[in-house]
Design a protein around this ligand. Sequence first.
Ligand SMILES: [Zn+2]
Ligand SMILES: [Zn+2]
Length: 650
Amino acid sequence: MASEISVKLPDGSELELPRGTTGADAAAAIGPGLARAALAIKVDGELRDLGAPLSGGESIEVITEKSPESLELVRHDAAHVLAESVLDLWPQAKISIGPPIADGFYYDIEFPDGESPGEDDLARIEQRMAEHIKADEPFERRELSSDEAIAYFGDQGQDYKVELIEDLARDDGESTVSLYRNGPFEDLCRGPHGPSTGRIGAFKLTSLAGAYWRGDENRQMLTRIYGTAFHSRKELEQHLERLEQARARDHRRLGPQLDLFMLRPEAPGMPFWLPDGTVLLGLIEAEVRGQLARRGYVEIKTPQVLDEELWHRSGHWENYRENMFFVEAAQREGSRSGGRRFALKPMNCPGACLAYDAERHSYRDLPLRLAEFGLVSRYEREGVLHGLLRVRGFTQDDAHVYCTLEQVTDEVDSICEAIDELYERFGFEDVQVELSTRPERSIGTEEQWERAEGSLREALERQGREYEVSPGEGTFYGPKIDFHVTDALGRCWQCGTCQLDFQMPERFELTYTGADNAEHRPVMIHRALVGSMERFAGILIEHHAGRFPLWLAPVQAGILPVADRHVDYARRVAAELREAGVRVRVDERSESVGRKIREAELAKWPYMLVVGDEEEGEGKVAVRSHDRGDLGKKSVAELAQQVADSAAAA
Ligand SMILES: [Zn+2]
Ligand SMILES: [Zn+2]
């Protein structure tokens, strides 16, 4: 047996190393600087500990702070140090899982009764963590048989770890598990980890939340401690600054604060829209309707509750059942048809297909573009609901275009153009396009999928658009193009979608009469411009930080009487402005005008119109704008014109 092995480096060169060598040895063989900087090693694309042995023939890459993977690594290290520190302070705590996540890490922990930490305790935990990091405890891996590991964690009363190991043994047939030790703490863990805790550059615990064990509302509620870690203090501070900005814009906070919407325990994931929020939704809807009118769409409305049989026909039963709500109201009638089951529609497509089928169509009718602002209901676990962004009920600005395969490219062009115009109108400049292809669970033939993917690609390429491909991310009935907007904080949100479908026309036996007088199947395009109206409203709230452009503000001007004797005049001004199409609100409370101005600022109304003796005498209003401060006195007609002009210019 040769005493040397050889591994391949990222630049393609070969490195000879003695047998029995590790990742750390390889880094040292390349150079002492790299050995010091090394955090882990990537072996044939897989991240491993520096201490993992190399067997020869692999491609290796030494991971340092400069590697994109390194943040995930130190965040995972920090999660272990978090659990270690919590156990120092609460020796009776039971720890469950603690993974790295997109922006940091968390650990889910059961605290002894009545001892759950509050926000104030985070500093105390952080201090412990800092001590363990300063001690530079090496991460050491060992393997145990599942039985030994169960006994080991069982002795410590760590029941969640025992359950995890039992599941690994049962579901994945794992007979051994790995443990990582740092200092006095040892955790069940697959790894990999950095060399030692001292390599965690800068960290912070950011928040606390409740989380059910395994996301199951019937299991124990645990305390989730969130944190983040970076290589340097500077990067951490920049990140915290971004978080602060995001918090200030959080639609879950601004929505209730601005009286736009509320969420109630009576209907989890189904927002209640308050008057001002309903105005906002109406304004979004009006913009979408403008696109419908210009692009030859007609509108329909289809029922909320449809016979379960329909969902069998559409394929939703087989492919989407777990996301549906079912109702059994028909049983109450006690009729022979009792037991007929209905479902709340999770999508508008089957309804649209029945509407298409209401009459015979000829090729001259195509493309037939049926739009619907359709309220859909989708079952999501309570634990994953998130404000307006992840809900159980929402209105899609949906449409189904029935056309021939030859017409698809032009239709997709028109849809993309509508999306560009609409997003620009709402203040989004950067739109990203993603093409998603056939998923594992899907219906239809290979040939149909190829043709469908081909025509979407053709449309995108004809427009000269840049797009990314997401393999396997299409819907069960066809490939799709998704449109993402980037908001003011640089975050990306999926909004519009355009999906091609040969399946549903087949299942609903939809036809049109061709020029040849024979019956043909139309192709169906499912498309939504903003996607979910409510979600889009949530994104707009965050993008504009609740301070909407004038044309989109639910209240464009607040009228603030200086004293009670000016209320009548304020009402007359309000009536005139409403007549001129301006959305106004009068603050009739007996508060000081200073206080009214402060609260109008908090309500983020674009204009504040102060009316006192002078203004009433001259028949004018004193105008203050949030952006531009005091604008002097104006007549009602002047102001109405100014609002109309700036709305049109937007
Ligand atoms: Zn771990
Ligand atoms: Zn559809």
